[in-house]
Design a protein around this ligand. Structure first.
Ligand SMILES: [Zn+2]
Ligand SMILES: [Zn+2]
Length: 134
C-alpha cells in the first residue's frame, strides 16, 4: 500500500508550531509541518468524504481561515483524532495517511512517480469537448 517504513509512520510528538500550524515529529527523524486548514480539509470522516466514491465533499471554502486545532488524541496505535475549533472532531487520521499529507518539498517530490504517465496519456482528455450539461 504505502512505501513508508514503520519509523516514517510512527509519530513521536505532536506540537503546535505556531497559531496556524501543527508540527509532527516522526520516528525516522522527519518533521512535518501542517497548516491546520489543510489538515482539516484532508479529513476522511464520513461527513467529509463521500463513502461510496471516496471523493471529498468538504469544500475547503467552508473551512474557516482562522481554524484552530484544539486537541490531538491518539487512537489506538494507528492514528490520531483531531478536534477543531469549527466543532468538527470525528475524523481519525491514520499515521500513514498523515505522513502522506506532509507538504514538505522532499515528501512532495517522492510522491510524484506518475508524472510521466500523465504525459503519455494520449489525446483522450482533449477529445472530450462534448460534455453533457447537467
Ligand atoms: Zn470530517
Ligand atoms: Zn515531509
Amino acid at each position: 500500500m504505502t512505501s513508508f517504513g514503520l519509523n516514517a509512520t510512527t509519530p513521536i510528538e505532536f506540537k503546535k508550531e505556531d497559531e496556524s500550524r501543527l508540527a509532527v515529529f516522526w520516528k525516522d527523524g522527519h518533521k512535518s509541518l501542517y497548516y491546520f486548514r489543510d489538515l482539516r480539509g484532508a479529513c476522511q470522516c464520513a461527513s467529509c468524504v463521500d463513502e461510496r466514491t471516496g471523493v471529498s465533499i468538504l469544500n475547503s471554502a467552508n473551512v474557516p481561515e482562522d481554524i484552530r486545532l484544539l486537541s490531538a488524541s491518539p487512537v489506538g496505535r494507528y492514528g490520531v483524532q483531531f478536534r477543531w475549533s469549527d466543532g468538527h472532531g470525528t475524523g481519525i487520521y491514520a499515521f500513514d495517511y498523515l505522513r502522506s499529507l506532509c507538504p514538505c518539498p522532499t515528501c512532495q517530490a517522492a510522491r510524484q512517480p506518475r508524472s510521466d504517465q500523465a504525459a503519455d496519456g494520449g489525446p483522450a482528455e482533449s477529445g472530450q469537448a462534448t460534455r453533457q450539461p447537467l
